[in-house]
Design a protein around this ligand. Sequence first.
Ligand code: GDP
Length: 500
Amino acid sequence: MTKSETTIERPPVVVVMGHIDHGKSTLLDYIRKSNVVDKEAGGITQHISAYEVIHKDEHGKDKKITFLDTPGHEAFSKMRERGAKVADIAILVVSAEDGVKPQTLEAWKTIVESKIPFIVAINKIDKDGANVEKTKMDLAENEIYLENYGGTVPFALISAKIGTGVDELLSLVTVLAELENFQADPTLPASGFVIEARMDSKRGIMATLIIKNGSLRKGMTVAVEDSTCSTRMIESFTGKAVEGATVSSPIRLVGFDKLPAIGGEFESFLKKEEALAYVENWKSKKVSPKDKKSDENSTKKIIPIVLKADVAGSLEAIEKEIDKIESEGAEFKIVQKGAGPITEGDIKQIGSAEGAIVIGFNVSADANARDLALHREIEISSFDVIYKMTDWLKEEMEKRRPRIETTEILGRAKILKAFSKTKEKQILGGKVYEGKIILDGTVKIMRRDFEIGKGKVVNLEKQKSKVREVEDGAEFGMMIESKLEIVPGDTIEGFAVVQK
Ligand code: GDP
């Protein structure tokens, strides 16, 4: 991510991979026991699939590292299939006893494909059968070139069992993380990935999440694809209830309404409605990913929108909602969008467009923007709930879309008798056979299914008394104002012009 005032250095998330029995679990256990600060948790009773450790770097500064405690690359591959960029750094464990094995290469391939930097940990150096040089050669033969061995891959010689070299390995992790310069913005609502999810018979659906950006606080709602969870309780990886969590921390949430997908991306929202809107969007996106507007004719009236929101996440959710608002004659077009307050520049984007809409979601307009908007008679509207905003936009669309005039047939009658005719008026007798004929109504005069002209009903009588309308089946007398001569056999069609 790009650097801004609120971005900070983010602790790396590390995955440990390698061939079976080469010591992945032993290494993860050793690090957990020796580096988890909360000693109570170091002995970890019910550990979840990730943990955080503190490592003192070469300057004696405490550095956090998050480990995915799911050895083996299956879980990792599963996440990768979903495009989940959970880990930032990989440690490839290779036994100095066995050297490179098939799964070493598989793991390496996965790491390379994921485009994440990695460190090789040559393990089991305490063993009699360990042969570090042979292992290095083995690696080089398989195109894994270590530092000072024809390549640039950093490595550490370790014994996961007794802890030799583990501290150096952790130092390599922090140095690499610094080089990679992982950044995050803790002021944003948390987003990240699900690394574990299961149904607990007592507690319900629980999942472990890794926050890759932003922060999560109690009371927010988390959404993963189509499942949501209110964060009434957030647990740290040690199982302790916490008020909140921020970047790179693994957390556990209980109470999802559906089992979230492993590797699924999560977003969090201050308001539940926003999370629900996000879910709806996810669903609609899944069903019809095609851009519905691109294939429609472009003769529609375009209503420009300037949209500003507090965070990029809501921006995206709102955009999708706006996209869904349709009308026959008009469509919204977002001409300017972004995170942050509404500025003068945003208002300028509208140019001279008529009927433009400026909305701020959880943000307001600065003074310059307000002045310019006032001057140009552009209204600025603010919202903090997505569905209220979309409801309002629907009303605005209704007000702004072009009116379409249509005629509605009110009734039809057959002319049976023609009595007298002056220049513009004619007295006739007829019978209604559909709907009704009304006084003062305009009628089309039809001869053999063709319209020959129009007239206006200026007098209407039924059984010799004046009426305002005659219904289906009734015979009537009428006076029509028209230049045409209407004859028996003609049909009159009463109609009204309606605006839709
Ligand atoms: P994994 O399948 O990669 O997770 O391997 P494990 O961590 O389960 O280790 C396999 C076996 O190797 C276990 O019996 C460990 O005790 C042993 N082991 C792992 N690391 C070392 C080490 O550094 N030195 C020695 N002597 N044994 C080790």
